[in-house]
Design a protein around this ligand. Structure first.
Ligand code: GRF
Length: 189
């Protein structure tokens, strides 16, 4: 059995998609979803999906070992950041080398780094008249959006696209590819 722990800060549509993807897979267990936002929609989704959900605050994350202890207890084979907006502290990266992966809604190294999340990314892609964008699934290291790339998938951007339509295209790619890449990393396909 492979254990996954997910981190999310927002809506959690990727979390829900990943949970549903592995629902009938007896080799994969979603141990828990951890969130830094008490009122994040992802926590309601977890409630509906009957998935353990835990909340932690900034102090617990950066000044204590409590999240590390929780993770150790779950013994994850993979830690998946799905719309998680805080930088992962060094102690977690050191404890889980090559076991933390993130999805970024653009083709890194473009449109990465601090402040480049959600609609900021899609607005910047639009403003720069890019002809393509996409998703990047990558390992997490101590710098935002700089770990080794695992998989990138592209989609085209036309002059008719708005930040909202770009977001929709990117989300579609996320829903299609993120669970598959997770399954490959866990070797459960
Ligand atoms: C996704 O676009 C993901 O790439 C980014 O944050 C967004 C999360 O969306 N890192 P959701 O919370 O999964 O709906």
């Amino acid at each position: 059995m492979k254990n996954i722990v997910l981190f999310a800060s927002g809506s959690g549509s990727n979390v829900e998609n990943i949970v549903r993807y592995f629902q009938d897979n007896s080799k994969v267990n979603i141990s828990a979803v951890l969130s830094n936002k008490k009122d994040a929609k992802v926590l309601d989704r977890c409630n509906n999906l009957k998935i353990n959900a835990l909340y932690f605050n900034r102090n617990a994350f950066y000044a204590t070992e409590c999240v590390l202890d929780i993770l150790r207890a779950f013994n994850p084979d993979l830690i998946v950041l799905a719309g998680f907006l805080w930088k992962i502290p060094e102690n977690l990266i050191a404890a889980f080398p090559d076991k933390i992966v993130n999805i970024h809604p653009a083709l890194l190294p473009k449109y990465g780094g601090k402040g480049m999340y959600g609609n900021n990314v899609h607005e910047a892609v639009r403003a720069n008249n890019e002809t393509e964008t996409g998703i990047t699934i990558h390992y997490v290291n101590e710098n935002y959006d700089e770990g080794a790339v695992i998989r990138q998938v592209k989609t085209s951007v036309s002059t008719d696209d708005t930040p909202e339509s770009i977001a929709r295209k990117v989300h579609e790619l996320e829903y299609e590819y993120f669970p598959k890449v997770i399954a490959q990393l866990l070797e459960v396909e």
